[in-house]
Design a binder for this molecule. Structure first.
Ligand SMILES: NC(=O)C1=CN([C@@H]2O[C@H](COP(=O)(O)OP(=O)(O)OC[C@H]3O[C@@H](n4cnc5c(N)ncnc54)[C@H](O)[C@@H]3O)[C@@H](O)[C@H]2O)[C@@H](O)CC1
Ligand SMILES: Nc1ncnc2c1ncn2[C@@H]1O[C@H](COP(=O)(O)OP(=O)(O)OP(=O)(O)O)[C@@H](O)[C@H]1O
Length: 476
């Protein structure tokens, strides 16, 4: 943007540089402004030439050129983003081809007679299991094929729609506890802070939510994303929620478009610039808002953007599971109520609440191996094949909004996990690594805030703790 802050006019052999910020933009005030000071070393000849041009004309010309420069900048930026998208799509299709080839090789080796395709044994159901088979996601920002090191034993019949890549397993040692062994993987996905980067590279996160009733939830999610380390945080909310959310924080970019006549098109314009999307905090359940959210999810899927669905976004998923079913970069973060709703919508029978882990695994499988984070006394994270549980000590305090802190920070961790080098997560599904990072952080914030505020702890207190909780977990 520095390019835009300066405009150079070549009215003579000597260029005249003007600082954009130092000029008023209104025509009326322009006339009152003194001509810009020129350096004492500037030759008289160029002064004479400028003297022939009125200041007003000069400023007009200057503004024209600066607008042109700005247009050019955005055009180039758009082209760059499109090229980046294209490169990513090519990577995906290469990866898929690889997977298909591996699938064919596998089919040749292991199926002398027609064998039933099967769901891998959920041997990872226990968090203390030292060796957990993990599967590389079929769709990831990876340009390497998964290692074909181990096949699961098949004790369950294949579920409908199981893919070949689902039986390609790889061994992964979890060590003694998930906490000890997954945290280092999370760390590896966190991009280092360096002076070489430009604004936006560490994350541009979008939140779809915020309506008349709920302005806190999208704010909590968006500000948490920033505090975790995203560079830019956008909130796409309804018109009447926008001024309220803006007033909470000047750091957020707030778009009052979600209930507008062209909501989907308005938001789609931003999708090429977003690294991940969090759908649902404070979205409400109005038909039109849910319809717009649904369409935005569809368009984000086409671009391979990681999508976290929480709160009222999960209400939408319970009504129309196909909106996210099978999308390997989708992550659902239900609390127990939301989980029950989803489970019953998918399985058409009441939830057996005695075995949360099994139910979570079943729901994930039914959703096409989507990563699911069932929040509770311990957070259960599963993609249907592998399971992690997060027991990071929190507190007994459950204030509204802490789920928003989780979903907002997960938006950032998901972007980092999906865009880190292939070996960072050691072959583990990036969604699982990201979810583990976000749940540990949320619980650590809760613990630290409770230590200071006990019963009065609120989500704002927890957000204050993000910086030190992050350092403690991932940077110490
Ligand atoms: N300050 C704000 O603006 C906040 C807005 N929120 C928004 O409020 C909207 C509705 O969310 P709700 O969670 O209330 O909706 P739900 O319909 O999912 O929850 C309904 C009820 O279930 C209860 N419940 C939650 N967890 C439970 C559990 N484990 N066992 C039993 N009952 C449980 C809740 O207390 C609530 O009364 C969402 O858009 C959400 O994002 C919340 O995020 C909280 C903060
Ligand atoms: N019983 C519990 N003990 C410890 N931590 C918990 C417990 N229940 C939830 N949490 C933690 O609180 C975080 C948010 O979960 P919660 O169930 O409050 O979400 P939510 O109801 O969706 O939140 P929100 O109020 O934002 O809608 C999760 O990271 C989870 O780890």
């Amino acid at each position: 943007m520095n390019l835009l802050k300066r405009a150079t006019f070549i009215f003579s052999e000597q260029p005249l540089s003007l600082a954009l910020g130092s000029f008023p933009t209104k025509q009326s005030s322009l006339t009152k402004t003194n001509p810009p000071a020129t350096s004492s070393s500037r030759p008289r000849r160029s002064k004479k030439r400028f003297a022939n041009m009125s200041l007003e004309k000069l400023m007009e010309k200057f503004l024209e050129q600066s607008m042109e420069a700005e247009d050019n900048f955005y055009r180039l930026e758009e082209q760059r983003l499109q090229a980046e998208d294209k490169r990513r799509e090519e990577e995906h299709s290469r990866e898929l081809q690889m997977l298909q080839m591996l699938g064919q090789i596998f089919a040749g080796i292991s199926t002398p007679s027609p064998a039933p395709q099967a769901t891998p044994q959920p041997s990872c159901i226990s968090q203390t299991n030292p060796t957990v088979p993990l599967t590389h996601p079929p769709c990831g920002n990876r340009n390497h094929p998964p290692a074909l090191t181990e096949f699961a034993s098949h004790s369950q019949p294949a579920g409908p729609g199981l893919l070949m890549e689902e039986v390609i397993e790889r061994s992964f040692s979890l060590g003694t506890t998930a906490m000890d062994s997954v945290i280092p993987l999370v760390r590896k996905t966190i991009p280092p802070l360096t002076s070489k980067k430009h604004k936006g590279q560490d994350g541009r996160i979008g939140i779809i939510g915020g309506c008349q009733e709920y302005t806190g939830a999208p704010f909590f999610a968006a500000i948490s994303a920033l505090k975790v380390g995203a560079d830019l945080s956008h909130v796409f909310c309804t018109k009447d929620a926008a001024p309220v959310i803006k007033s909470y924080s000047p750091e957020l970019i707030v778009h009052p478009v979600l209930d507008g006549p062209n909501a989907v098109e308005e938001i789609e314009k931003w999708l090429p610039r977003l690294h991940s999307l969090v759908v649902g905090p404070g979205l409400g359940r109005e038909e039109m808002l849910l319809k717009n959210a649904k369409e935005i999810i569809e368009r984000s899927k086409l671009r391979g953007i990681p999508i976290i669905i929480d709160a009222d976004g999960l209400w939408l998923v319970a009504k129309e599971p196909s909106v996210i079913q099978g999308y390997q970069r989708g992550i659902l973060t239900p609390n127990f109520m939301e989980f029950t709703r989803l489970y019953e919508a998918m399985h058409h029978e009441p939830l057996d609440s005695t075995d949360h882990k099994r139910s979570a695994q079943q729901l994930s499988i039914a959703m096409g191996h989507l990563t699911l984070v069932l929040k509770g006394e311990e957070d259960i994270i599963t993609d249907g094949k592998n399971m992690l549980t997060c027991n990071q000590e929190g507190s007994g305090r459950r204030c509204g909004g802490q789920g928003d802190l989780l979903s907002g920070s997960l938006g950032v961790f998901a972007h980092w996990a999906f865009s880190s080098p292939p070996d960072a997560a050691k072959g583990m599904n990036p969604s699982l690594v990201a979810a583990f990072g976000a749940t540990s952080l949320t619980r650590q914030c809760n613990r630290q805030a409770f230590h200071k505020h006990s019963r009065s702890t609120t989500t704002s207190d927890m957000i204050q703790e993000i910086s030190s909780a992050f350092k403690k977990l991932f940077e110490s």
